[in-house]
Design a protein. Structure first.
Length: 128
């Protein structure tokens, strides 16, 4: 129920924005927000230009079919710091494999110099 409440909240925020066909929509999830962003996009079939997964984990229940609706032009980027204390080598490998499976090998990996923090410089670079 908690997850559904969060998704409903995001639905409300999204409905208040004026997202039209010419709008560039970037969905960003940071840390625990990665699970929220991916669940929201998948469950609501949100067509976005970019899906940025920043320093977090992709939920295990998601399947490739959940993202089949995405345009082939949608960029999916996994961004994290090379000194992130929460991303071990095993977790890094797991997220890359999970992401490649879910997004039909179109997952781009971006690594920045740093720890578990929002990296504005990297976000600006990949948001263009």
């Amino acid at each position: 129920m908690e997850t559904q409440n969060i998704l409903n909240y995001i639905d409300e925020v999204y409905s208040k924005e004026r997202v039209g066909k010419t709008t560039t929509l970037i969905v960003l999830g940071y840390s625990q927000g990665v699970s929220i962003a991916t669940r929201w996009v998948a469950s609501r079939k949100i067509q976005c230009n970019k899906l940025i997964l920043h320093s977090g984990g992709i939920p295990n229940e998601l399947e490739p079919e959940d993202f089949e609706f995405l345009s082939i032009k949608t960029e999916v980027i996994y961004l994290y710091g090379n000194k992130d204390q929460y991303i071990t080598e095993a977790r890094e490998t797991e997220e890359k494999l999970k992401g490649s499976k879910l997004f039909q090998n179109r997952l781009k990996i971006e690594v920045f110099e740093g720890v578990h923090e929002v990296n504005r410089e990297s976000l600006l670079k990949i948001s263009k």
